[in-house]
Ligand binder design. Structure first.
Ligand code: GH3
Ligand code: MG
Ligand code: MG
Length: 431
């Protein structure tokens, strides 16, 4: 092989010693290495303990063939995803259809092997060429899926009850689905806690939409399991349903990409405006109050200059999380651009909004932001923000409300920052 080909191959395979993993915290490295080795050890142990029959191999072949068709069609979907800048490999995960079916009907070792091969194939066909996709992450996903399959297979104990009909099969499959979901979420939660240091329960539970999609995927997996055991050729009919599910997931991601700010996971400016405008129209119809908070980080440029842009981004993320946590679910919270956030509080008058703004200011002040010190080592710093508040009654123009809140923000900055100020007058509709 010519040298330049070797170099290209090395770049494509992203040699292990250049992986980002080694720059992660020791906690993350320890977790990844132990989950990877647990998956490998348990798979080998299962292989030594299992007897694999010809019909197991046939079923494995059938599921593998469907999985290959799925990955090949997914290449098209991935092309669309990349067009809008989405490269996260963990997002569209309809492959649990095959994995659940494999875990329910195959010997443990074959199910684990299937999980690893599916990820390897996905990596070779889709992720390898994508910037920012780290092989160790794909490896970790493969290990978590193998462990999930091992857990399901162990709980379900063989597939004899799937050849019958009725309650027993349904019960087995329900247990398989629950085990799959819980084992998989737990392993993902461990990774989230190891890398962020915070157990975020909301993330563990997932959103209703995520759960509905995952549940549909797993139910389809259960149907595949029954078909593979009872009428194998009909299992192929599951494929069109899988593609429909995948497209639903893609649609959801496209909507998110168009409305969510990637750095903070809050609404982006355009989506916030649209939502705020709708709320104001409603306030106009119902003659109710509305308040707006404009929140601007103090001396943010200095933070960037002292600790670097990555620390600045870390601070934005931390403040975004604090805002999402501190405000109610129906308060529209968005990142307006740079280091400026906005929140629209429906049915909240001026004095109440001042109380909320003060609470938000105190919360931001108490958020520890992780930074790497120039002198080496990691530490935390505190950040502050100034808040401008404006309130209105009934329908008003969004821009008038924002202008008033901006004026109040300016007053808060002039008052020495880390302060809350309110626009002197309630905003009213221009005559
Ligand atoms: P003030 O207290 O008056 O608000 O001062 P400030 O430094 O926060 O305000 P200024 O508008 O002078 O600077 C805002 C800085 O925010 C400048 C810009 O580099 C930084 N910034 C904007 N967007 C981002 C981002 O996405 N990430 C990071 N790290 N910094 C950003
Ligand atoms: Mg600022
Ligand atoms: Mg600013």
């Amino acid at each position: 092989m010519a040298t330049h080909d070797m170099v290209k191959l090395g770049q494509r395979f992203n040699t292990p010693w250049s992986w980002d993993l080694w720059r992660s915290s020791p906690r993350v490295v320890a977790l990844v290495l132990s989950v990877d080795s647990a998956a490998a050890l348990l798979s080998v142990a299962a292989l030594l303990g299992n007897t694999i029959t010809a019909s197991d191999l046939l079923r494995f072949g059938l599921l593998a063939a469907m999985s290959v068709v799925y990955v090949e069609v997914s290449r098209q979907v991935e092309r669309s995803r990349r067009l809008v800048g989405m490269v996260n490999p963990t997002h569209i995960d309809v492959s649990s259809v095959w994995l659940l079916a494999a875990a329910a009907v195959l010997p443990t070792s074959l199910a684990a092997l299937g999980a690893v091969l599916t990820q390897l194939f996905l990596y070779l066909r889709i992720w390898r060429g994508v910037d920012g996709v780290q092989p160790h992450r794909v490896g970790y996903t493969a290990a978590t899926l193998a462990l999930t399959c091992i857990a399901v297979s162990t709980v379900v104990h063989g597939n004899d009850h799937l050849s019958g009909t009725g309650l027993q099969a349904a019960e087995t499959l329900a247990i398989a689905i629950l085990t799959y979901r819980i084992a998989n979420r737990l392993l993902i939660l461990m990774a989230v806690v190891a890398s962020s240091g915070r157990p975020r329960l909301a993330r563990f539970a997932g959103t209703w939409g995520d759960n509905a999609l995952e549940f549909s995927t797993l139910v389809l997996g259960a149907a595949t399991a029954v078909l593979v055991v009872q009428v194998p050729p009909l299992a192929l009919l599951v494929l069109p349903a899988v593609f429909l599910l995948q497209h639903r997931a893609l649609l959801k991601q496209l909507v998110e990409a168009a409305t969510i700010d990637t750095k903070t996971e809050l609404l982006n400016a355009a989506a916030w405006r649209q939502l705020a405008q709708r709320e104001l129209e409603r306030a106009g119809r119902q003659k109710t109050a509305t308040a707006v908070l404009v929140i601007d980080m103090d001396h943010f440029k200095r933070l960037n200059d002292t600790y670097g842009h990555l620390a600045g981004d870390e601070a934005l993320k931390a403040v975004g999380e604090a805002l999402a946590d501190e405000l109610r679910g129906y308060d529209a919270v968005g990142r307006f651009g740079g280091e400026e956030f906005v929140a629209l509080l429906p049915a909240v008058d001026g004095p109440t909004a001042m109380g909320v703004a003060e609470r938000v200011r105190e919360r931001i002040e108490s958020v520890p932001v992780r930074v790497e010190r120039r002198t080496g080592g990691v530490g935390t710093i505190a950040v502050t923000a100034s808040v401008g508040v404006a309130a209105a009654h009934g329908g008003v123009e969004l821009d008038d409300l924002l202008r008033a809140a901006d004026g109040a923000l300016y007053a808060a900055k002039a008052a020495g920052r880390n302060a809350v100020r309110r626009a002197p007058h309630q905003v009213t509709t221009a005559a």
